[in-house]
Design a protein around this ligand. Structure first.
Ligand code: CU
Length: 512
């Protein structure tokens, strides 16, 4: 059993976002410390032995983020981000999707294996203001920390910036049986990592901050809290960390280089704990880590940093000793078999700024770029064509599936990416091989998860189908319908509509 402790971030240092021309360094906000907000758990409307019902409401509100004026924000069943949703594997889940916003949105289940394109909630599934849509599904996937966010192309980035993102915890009997911290809000703590710029009167101004390589702000906001402090009352805590930022990478480490165990990745537990004292997350990636404060006592503080900036303080209180050992084995991964005759799918992410593309094309809503039979395992080779000297890490995400990372430029994956994932950071000049199988039919998007790149066209879509049935034809959205709807909702002429993603298309002389 390897108990090696890893001390590095694994990714290529020259590609870290700190080297970007438009990099916005974090600064500690001139604001008092505040208790870390712990999102409430969303209560089901009803539950039986076999079924569970929820209502998820996208709504506008105001949040006290900084002293002074409240910030106008959006959220799910909350004024910002959202209540945390818990989905039990095996039960039939019914969700009412309510849109109380003044503009259309979609509800994308990032990391859930649900049918596409409507239940999955990409751009083909708009819910218009005042409307409620109903979806239902049963999950058959391992326990994981997944999330819900808006995905109305080409305005995904702006809606997420306003706050439309919340955690969705998938739970199963296996994870419930493991000796991991499970007490939500006490020793099982969500950490949604984001950054924002607050303008006059503490308001957000997405348009003013726009950067086609990803919008950033100088203030770290964790679960919607600036300068958060968490009171530790148990020896061990489990942190479910989501890079929920539009563009920022997080290079995490604790004071004293406190080591921790990573037990989970995006879409499942890891096969075994991986011990680290540094951890880098790219946009949309998740990590579950267990931190042991055994060496600390009442009154001390442990700080979580990204690069050199403190982002969360953990204030240690008296706790009962906890000698529970982490299991050496967490999850058995059944690797799908690939027929050697199956061709390897090649995918290329290229460009920066407005010129970003997937396979030399910008995304087009009504174009199906690839097909794959349901149940067939395929290798996908994802290449980042940026130059290693000046390029960036593009986090590649696929909807509606979870994949395994097989290799990076032919070498072993990083030690902490041996579980199922749905997002993988690809270094410039690198080809990452992933093993992809879809369990359900539908149309699914795959894209860079720097959200401005996704809106700007570094995205494509695949149709999955049952090989023994005729290919269904799905009703796919078109750009004119969406743009006209957005313009009408904002009370303006469609030609006066500014949408971040559309800017990239226009500057390249292309249409979505
Ligand atoms: Cu990208």
């Amino acid at each position: 059993m390897s108990k090696e402790i890893y001390h590095n971030y694994f990714f290529d240092e020259p590609a870290f976002n700190t080297h970007d021309g438009g990099y916005v360094p974090l600064e500690v906000a001139d604001a008092p410390e505040k208790p870390l907000a712990i999102p409430a758990l969303l209560k089901p409307d009803k539950e039986t032995d076999t079924d569970i019902w929820y209502t998820v409401t996208a709504q506008a509100g105001e949040t006290q983020i900084l002293p002074g004026q409240k910030t106008k924000t959006w959220g799910y069943n909350a004024t910002i981000l959202g209540q945390t949703i818990v989905y039990p594997v095996g039960k039939h889940i019914h969700v009412a999707l309510e849109n109380h916003l003044s503009e259309l949105t979609t509800f994308h289940w990032h990391g859930l294996i649900v049918s596409g394109p409507y239940v999955d909630g990409g751009c083909h599934a708009p819910v218009y203001p005042g409307e409620t849509k109903h979806i239902d599904f049963t999950l058959d996937q391992p326990a994981a920390t997944t999330w819900l966010h808006a995905h109305p192309c080409p305005s995904t980035a702006e809606q997420v910036w306003h706050g439309l993102a919340t955690l969705v915890l998938v739970k199963d009997d296996h994870i419930n049986s493991l000796p991991l911290p499970h007490n939500y809000g006490v020793d099982d703590i969500p950490l949604v990592l984001q950054d924002r710029r607050f303008h006059e009167n503490n308001q957000l101004d997405y348009h003013a901050d726009y950067d086609p390589d990803g919008v950033q702000g100088p203030t770290a906001m964790i679960n919607g809290t600036v300068n958060p402090v968490f009171d530790v009352t148990t020896q061990k805590i489990r942190l479910r960390i989501l890079d929920g930022a539009n563009r920022r990478e997080w290079r995490l480490h604790f004071s004293d280089d406190l080591k921790f165990a990573q037990v989970g990745g995006d879409s499942s537990l890891l096969p075994e704990p991986v011990y680290l004292d540094h951890l880098m997350l790219t946009c949309a990636e998740r990590a579950e880590i267990v931190v042991d404060f055994a060496g600390y006592h009442d009154g001390q503080t442990v700080t979580l940093f990204t690069d050199d900036t403190p982002i969360v303080k953990f204030r240690i209180h008296q706790f009962a000793p906890d000698n529970t050992a982490l299991p050496d084995h967490l999850l058995t991964i059944d690797k799908p078999k690939v027929d050697p005759k199956t061709p390897i799918r090649k995918i290329v992410m290229s460009g920066m700024d407005e010129s970003v593309m997937m396979d030399n094309k910008k995304f087009s809503m009504q174009r199906i770029d690839a097909t794959q039979p349901v149940g067939q395992a395929q290798y996908w080779d994802i290449t980042n064509a940026n130059s290693p000297e000046s390029g960036m890490v593009h986090p590649f995400h696929v909807h509606g599936t979870e994949f395994l990372v097989i290799s990076r430029n032919g070498q072993a994956p990083y030690p902490n990416e041996h579980g199922f994932k749905d997002t993988v950071g690809v270094n410039p000049g690198e080809t990452v091989r992933i093993l992809v199988r879809f369990d359900l039919p539908g149309v699914y998007m795959y894209h860079c998860h720097i959200i401005e790149h996704e809106d700007g066209g570094m995205m494509a879509q695949i149709q999955t189908y049952y090989p023994d049935k005729p290919m269904p034809k799905y009703k796919l959205m078109d750009m004119d319908t969406l743009m006209n709807a957005f313009a009408k909702e904002r009370g303006i002429d469609p030609k006066d509509l500014w949408m971040a993603g559309m800017d990239s298309y226009r500057k390249m002389g292309m249409k979505m």
